[in-house]
Design a protein around this ligand. Structure first.
Ligand SMILES: Nc1ncnc2c1ncn2[C@@H]1O[C@H](COP(=O)(O)OP(=O)(O)OP(=O)(O)O)[C@@H](O)[C@H]1O
Ligand SMILES: [Mg+2]
Length: 314
């Protein structure tokens, strides 16, 4: 009996063990599989995180780059604006001095010829007076020479004519003057004919004209309580000519002032020089165009100038 019992038990135990082993193995296999699945998931998520991180890094770098670009561009615009304002100031000063010189040289010539006549009349009679007159003549001649030198120094250099996109020049000028427009609470709008051919002109000088006209419109709009708006329009006048208009709804121009507007030193402003329009007209004319003005039927004034199309574009 004992023997029978001894032989049966190990078989059963073995069977149980084998079953457990199989189950255990399955559990271990399952564990292994889920561990490897987990590893795969972690690997995949780490990859995704890395990619996202890289995207964020690239985005941040782009942002930094574009901020740096904006800063560089703003700095460039400020520099160009300062340069242009300087050119405008120097241009006005040059014109001012040269017309002053013109006005002074006429009386100087008269003084010289009177003094020479007096010297001839006094010839032998009044040697002391003759000597004094000689001093007058010498000083007069010295003053004339200074004026001559000044005039030749300030003589306008010839414009650098190039084919130019007038709409682009207007846009550049608007960007340059944008800060002033904000300070003066004025909106500058543009209405361009986008099919215009190139004009032939000097970029800086044409910007100077636009700058003078726009800053006059700023002043004219100063008394407007409500809307302050300037409209710059371009269009084709005919095959050979383009027309640029600067329109405002400011105070307008009294009819009796219109003939005087473009003369040197005409100003209605306490701190004005009265040179902006005369310089602008001479620039436009040196380009073969014409600068003029009309009061608007509703309100304000429109200054307009023509400019010839570049010969290669006609
Ligand atoms: N858009 C405008 N609306 C009304 N009046 C204007 C306008 N533009 C010019 N004027 C008149 O024409 C005058 C002459 O203008 P101009 O630009 O030659 O000289 P300014 O503006 O007085 O001084 P600056 O030499 O400093 O420009 C002005 O003083 C003003 O009376
Ligand atoms: Mg002016």
């Amino acid at each position: 009996m004992k023997m029978k019992k001894r032989t049966k038990k190990p078989v059963l135990r073995n069977k149980i063990r084998n079953g457990e082993c199989v189950r255990l193995k399955k559990v271990v296999d399952d564990l292994r599989k889920s561990r490897s699945d987990l590893k795969d998931k972690i690997r995949q998520q780490t990859g995704e995180l890395k990619a996202k991180n890289e995207q964020l890094r690239i985005g941040a770098e782009k942002q930094i780059r574009s901020e740096a670009q904006i800063q560089t561009r703003t700095k460039k615009i400020d520099e160009q604006r300062d340069e242009l304002l300087h050119v405008t100031r120097v241009g006005k000063l040059a014109e001012f001095v040269s017309s002053l010189a013109h006005e002074i040289s006429q009386p100087l010539t008269a003084i010289l010829s009177y003094a020479q006549a007096a010297q001839r009349i006094l010839a032998e009679r009044e040697p002391k007076l003759r000597e004094i007159i000689q001093y007058i003549i010498n000083d007069d001649q010295r003053a004339s020479e200074v004026i001559q030198r000044l005039r030749s120094l300030l003589k306008k250099s010839a414009p650098e004519m190039k084919p130019l996109d007038i709409n682009a020049i207007i846009n550049e000028t608007v960007v340059l003057i944008a800060t002033d427009a904000t300070v003066r609470n004025t909106v500058i709008k543009t209405e361009f004919d986008t099919n215009l051919p190139f004009v032939s002109g000097d970029r800086i000088q044409l910007q100077q004209v636009l700058l003078n006209l726009i800053s006059n419109s700023f002043d004219a709009l100063e008394s407007n309580q409500g809307e302050r708006e300037i409209l710059i329009r371009t269009s084709r006048k005919d095959t050979d000519t383009i027309i640029v208009e600067v329109k405002d709804s400011g105070c307008g121009i009294p009819a009796h002032d219109i003939p005087k507007l473009f003369t040197h030193f005409f100003t209605s402003k306490p701190d004005g020089l009265g040179m902006g329009l005369s310089i602008s007209r001479s620039i436009v004319e040196s380009h073969g165009g014409r600068l003029d003005v009309k009061n608007n039927p509703e309100r304000g004034a429109t200054f307009y100038f023509t400019i010839p199309v570049d010969i290669k574009d006609t």
